[in-house]
Design a binder for this molecule. Structure first.
Ligand code: NAP
Ligand code: MG
Length: 401
């Protein structure tokens, strides 16, 4: 088998700790023997972020904008303890936050479904992807405790000094108030990313809010989605044979539970936060969640949803064997290679992504899996360490030259 040639480089964002160890193994065992890997490499490991004053993160995001497809390893988001541990110049921001801001992207999270690990919800056969709007609402709120009787109002002062006032409540005693906002620009980017991603993976898109109660705020989300759909995506959806619909969040919850899965559910910021945790838990393991950041212009960044698995890394450093699940990181690579193949017209590269994912699934179906999965598996599991799992997958790939 000759190595598969690539046309455009993939933006490679390397990361930290145990996932950084997996990263190297995955490239060496699964990719380099089969693909003439063309990547533009960025080391987002915390030390290098610190050396470059985090410029490397910004550069990598700009490269993703330029080339269109990136694959990212999990990275440490520093806190006070990490600042000490790595002797950092400052508490650098979350790389994911920086990249998301530059790509103006939306995160789509979907579980990798395996036989033998049934979702808690019996009817779910296919993955459910949650698209979470990642700007505004209660995450950028302004809140206040009301000490006692008085009048609370919403006040908007235009640039021309004109004031618009609206009563919130006439307090007779103590209470609380909160002000939240969102932006047409951000909601529109979110909508574009959702429509693009639905077309890209050929799945129906649902969008839900509480517009019956929130007749201006939530209703505005619905209106923007509807207008963008009508203007830009309706024809493409009809051609692709997929559906977009809006429904009240109560109805969406009921329908999701009764569905077979295989849908993208777009949610406002808070709904997406809560629902993605619920869906992830109901599907099984955090180590089986993939995550794709999609920009409104159709640029993609693939990664695992979990972190750097720090506890395993410290065992690894002591020379102990770990049983760290590499599946979501492997799928980040296969997802990125498949997308690169699709954009560059390289069917062999797309097929290779399928082959790699099938080797992973065949391995798990044969009972060989890491401890986290073995704990959930309904059949006879053969739990193995990280290395043995990686070799078991490699042995299921065709022989390389
Ligand atoms: P984590 O790395 O996801 O790990 C939490 C726990 O979940 C692990 O200790 C492990 O449990 C289990 N786990 C997660 N992934 C696993 C895998 N692939 N295989 C087996 N078990 C797995 O989250 P964290 O410990 O909260 O965060 C660690 C670091 O990751 C932090 O510095 C954080 O900033 C960073 N982080 C990065 C991202 C990202 O880059 N997208 C996301 C989240 C967190 P057991 O130890 O019980 O086996
Ligand atoms: Mg949450």
């Amino acid at each position: 088998m000759a190595k598969i040639q690539m046309k455009t480089p993939l933006v490679e964002m390397d990361g930290d700790e145990m996932t950084h160890i997996l990263w190297g193994e995955i490239k060496q065992l699964f990719l380099e023997p089969y693909v003439d890997l063309k990547t533009e490499y960025y080391d987002l490991g915390l030390r290098h972020r610190d050396e470059t004053n985090d410029q490397v993160t910004i550069d990598s995001a700009n490269a993703a904008l330029k080339y269109g497809v990136a694959v990212k390893c999990a990275t440490i988001t520093p806190n006070a303890q990490r600042v000490k541990e790595y002797n950092l110049k400052q508490m650098w921001k979350s790389p994911n936050g920086t990249i998301r801001a530059i790509l103006d992207g939306t995160v789509f999270r979907a579980p990798i479904v395996v036989k033998g690990i049934s979702p808690t919800v019996r009817t779910w056969e296919k993955p459910i992807t949650i698209a979470r709007h990642a700007y505004g609402d209660i995450y950028k709120n302004s809140e206040m405790a009301i000490p006692g009787p008085g009048k609370a109002e919403l006040v908007f002062t235009g640039e021309d000094g004109q004031e618009v006032r609206q009563p919130i409540f006439d307090f007779k005693g103590p209470g609380i108030i909160q002000g939240i906002h969102n932006l047409d620009k951000s909601i529109s980017s979110f909508a574009h990313a959702c429509f693009q991603y639905a077309l890209s993976i050929h799945q129906d898109l649902w969008f839900s809010t509480k517009d019956t109660i929130s007749k201006t705020y939530d209703h505005h989300f619905k209106d923007l989605f509807d207008a963008i759909y009508e203007e830009r995506y309706k024809d493409a959806f009809e051609k692709a044979g997929i559906q977009y619909f809006y429904t009240l969040i109560d109805d969406a919850v009921a329908r999701i539970i009764r569905s077979k899965g295989g849908i993208i559910w777009a949610c406002k910021n808070y709904d997406g936060d809560v629902m993605s945790d619920m869906v992830a838990t109901a599907f099984g393991s955090l180590a089986m969640m993939t995550s794709v950041l999609v920009s409104p212009n159709g640029q993609y960044e693939y990664e695992a949803a979990h972190g750097t698995v720090t506890r395993h890394y410290y065992r690894y450093l002591k020379g102990e064997e770990t049983s760290t699940n590499p599946v979501a990181t492997i799928f980040a690579w296969s997802g990125a290679l498949r997308k690169r193949g699709e954009l560059d017209g390289l069917p062999e590269l797309q097929k290779f992504a399928d082959t790699l994912e099938k080797a992973v699934m065949d391995t798990i179906n044969s009972g060989i899996m890491t401890n986290d999965l073995a704990a959930l598996y309904e059949g006879e599991a053969n739990p193995v360490n990280t290395r043995m799992f990686l070799y078991a997958v490699a042995s299921r790939l065709p022989a390389a030259e």
